[in-house]
Ligand binder design. Structure first.
Ligand SMILES: [Zn+2]
Length: 406
């Protein structure tokens, strides 16, 4: 196997799972595309967006202009802030229930509904089916998150067809933001192909059905992407705000804290306190699996992002990554109980994944690390806000159906 070449600017190398190129100056495609953020004419980009959405504005008050997929974290507030208060659109907000919800995520979602005064459609798929699929994807593909990603990316598309609302508005495009797969100027839109190849590891619902005999037609039907002819008939298209607005999640979340009371919390395995706080697993067991499969964990994504935005130097970013990337995973027992597996069988899967990815040298046991001075200084410099906690003083348990807060 070829040794991966490293980017001289950020912390990524050519083994990045989304694919990444390094130019003759040693700079990766992700860093190069990021430079566009500093020279594109964002006023002009915004006007293009205004023109685009203008065609979708409904004259009757009762009808929705667009669909906005949200969760209790991940840029949801910012996307709605733009859609509702800057573009003056009337959105139908949709959310797929992944069942690993934290109290803070439920609070953020309830607060979002009230602050933005919107209708929210929530999809709760039969948990027995979700567990069955999760077991299959975990054991066969080493992914505990396939149903979450499949659900989050298909429910808005199905809703577009069911409710006859053609326009879906997403936040930033992962492939553009992380590895510079496209330029902002390509105005890239949502495709079935990208979802299959990159979000779902090459496995759509029907591929799962044909590959694993543990799953039935009935199990997979809620995860099935609509047919091309249905999409054409409805005129469904999904656009990304990141192509039209200079995307900076840290600054955006901080604005949302001030404007709407977005709540943030700290996690054990990254310094970032805004993304993924609605899920008990994403920055814990899921992150550990990511580390075993790819050799880097979510904190590397966060640190690379901070380098590109000029808020960390590479040595500072490296010191944060080496402190966080192997720290303890937390709340894994909640997942074992929910799925009905014991710790031993889960560890067996971890060892299998480590072996398959030649990561035998990685210790899968939890590690305890102490913050050193440079880590503390770098954290102080970044100044990520923490105004709440994951559990909000409630019991540590999944809120499988969120009742919201008065
Ligand atoms: Zn780079």
């Amino acid at each position: 196997m070829e040794t991966p070449s490293q980017c001289s600017r950020c912390l990524y190398d050519t083994s990045h799972p989304l694919g990444l190129e390094i130019n003759e100056k040693g700079i990766c495609s992700g860093c190069l595309i990021h430079e566009e953020k500093d020279y594109l004419d964002w006023d002009q980009r915004w006007n293009e967006l205004l023109d685009l959405v203008n065609d979708y504005k409904c004259k009757q008050k009762v009808k929705y202009d667009c669909i906005v997929p949200v969760s209790g974290a991940n840029d949801s507030y910012f996307i709605l802030h733009i859609v509702k208060n800057k573009l003056n659109l009337n959105p139908l907000v949709v959310t797929y229930n992944k069942y690993f919800n934290t109290p803070i995520g439920i609070k953020n979602l309830a607060n979002l509904r009230m602050k933005f005064d919107v209708d929210v459609l929530i999809q709760n798929i039969n948990p027995t089916i979700v567990k069955k699929i999760t077991k299959t994807t975990l054991f066969e593909l080493g992914s505990m998150y396939w149903p979450c990603i499949a659900g989050q990316t298909v429910f808005p598309v199905q809703t577009s067809i069911r409710y006859n609302i053609p326009l879906i508005i997403w936040g930033a495009h992962q492939g553009l933001e992380q590895v510079g797969m496209f330029s902002h100027l390509h105005n890239v839109e949502m495709t079935r192909r990208y979802r299959k190849d990159h979000d779902l590891m090459g496995m759509e619902a029907d591929d799962m059905l044909n590959t694993f005999n543990t799953l039935s037609e009935e199990d997979m039907c809620q995860y099935r992407y609509p047919s091309d002819s249905d999409l054409r008939k409805a005129g469904t298209r999904g656009i990304y705000l990141g192509n039209y607005i200079r995307w900076d999640p840290k600054v955006q979340h901080e604005e949302m804290i001030k404007l709407y009371g977005y709540e943030s919390a700290s996690f054990n395995r990254t310094f970032e306190t805004y993304d993924h706080i609605d899920c008990y697993n994403y920055l814990n067991i899921h992150d550990h699996l990511k580390y075993l499969k790819t050799g880097f964990s979510k904190v590397t994504d966060h640190a690379s992002r901070e380098i590109r935005h000029g808020r960390l130097t590479k040595p500072q970013a490296k010191s944060l990554v080496s402190y966080y990337e192997k720290r303890n995973i937390q709340n894994q027992n909640l997942f074992y109980d929910w799925l009905g597996v014991d710790e031993n069988s889960f560890n067996f899967i971890l060892r299998k994944i480590a072996e398959e990815n030649n990561k035998n040298s990685i210790n899968i046991e939890n590690s305890h690390r102490k913050k050193n001075k440079s880590v503390s200084n770098n954290l102080m410099k970044l100044n990520y806000k923490i105004n709440s906690s994951i559990n909000r003083d409630k019991k540590t348990q999944y809120i499988t159906i969120g009742k919201g807060y008065p």
